[in-house]
Design a protein around this ligand. Structure first.
Ligand SMILES: NC(=O)c1ccc[n+]([C@@H]2O[C@H](COP(=O)([O-])OP(=O)(O)OC[C@H]3O[C@@H](n4cnc5c(N)ncnc54)[C@H](OP(=O)(O)O)[C@@H]3O)[C@@H](O)[C@H]2O)c1
Length: 235
């Protein structure tokens, strides 16, 4: 069995570590399409992954802003034409700008919802409309989507919506044999966490490879035996 995965926010953090595990430690996934915006980090990390690639495995990096709907649709079509059916989708790209609610700018709220909610929805809908049949969709939410956090209004609201959207997707797509997993990490040592908690020592919290390992397990045959309603991964 040779499967194709698409991981968004694959330039660093949880998305990069998930891509690495898919390509190195997953018996079924042979191709991973990586979505992220253009950055030095992305180029460097792709070049490093290329050096580690086992024979018969490939990565397909694509530069796209998940918050730009028309660019996103174009990139999805291009990816689908190039690699064919996407069997495993990991909606991981995430954005946050934590400010007290009086200081929330609507444009920034809209950006948060665009990247964290409309992006994943657009990818799923566009691929379904092209006849794609997913085995598995993993939507990355957050424990902040379960309990809203002071100062994180826009982010918490967007992640609560991801949890709810995942429930609907799970019900609607089950007729196609698609599993939909919602995964809510707690504090994980990445750039995004630094934005949310700048004074925290990253060595004291969960690392991105720990979350990636859980995503990889969910994508393996044993994953189907784990209740995927909203998996909380935290210390
Ligand atoms: N770290 C935590 O404590 C924590 C806890 C709960 C949930 N999460 C969730 O985990 C996911 C991954 O975040 P992370 O912690 O691994 O943070 P990260 O290392 O900062 O990575 C965030 C990723 O999202 C991508 N991204 C952001 N905006 C994007 C856009 N407009 N278009 C395309 N890609 C975009 C970034 O890519 P570029 O900037 O290179 O484009 C990057 O690859 C997010 O959904 C986040 O909300 C994280």
């Amino acid at each position: 069995m040779s499967k194709t995965a698409l991981v968004t926010g694959a330039s660093r953090g949880i998305g990069l570590e998930t891509t690495r595990r898919f390509i190195l430690n997953n018996d079924e996934i042979t191709t991973v399409v990586m979505f992220a915006r253009d950055s030095e980090d992305f180029d460097t990390n792709v070049a490093e992954l290329e050096k580690e690639l086992p024979v018969g495995r490939r990565i397909v990096p694509m530069k796209v802003d998940v918050g730009d709907r028309s660019a996103l649709k174009k990139a999805i079509k291009q990816a689908h034409d190039e690699v064919g059916n996407i069997d495993v989708l990991v909606n991981n790209a995430g954005y946050t700008n934590p400010v007290p609610l009086q200081q929330v700018k609507m444009a920034d709220f809209e950006k948060t919802i665009n990247v964290n909610l409309y992006g994943p929805f657009t990818i799923v809908k566009t691929l379904l409309n092209r006849g794609n049949r997913f085995d598995l969709i993993v939507n990355i939410a957050s424990t902040a989507g379960i309990n809203g956090r002071s100062g994180w209004l826009t982010y918490s609201a967007s992640k609560a919506a991801v949890i709810n959207m995942s429930q609907v997707m799970r019900e609607e797509l089950s007729i196609y044999g698609t599993r939909v997993v919602c995964l809510s990490p707690g504090r994980t040592a990445t750039d995004l966490r630094k934005t949310l908690a700048p004074d925290e020592d990253p060595s004291t919290i969960m690392q991105p490879e720990h979350v990636a390992q859980v995503i990889n397990t969910m994508s393996s045959p044993v994953g189907r035996f784990i209740d995927s309603e909203n998996i909380v991964v935290r210390q």
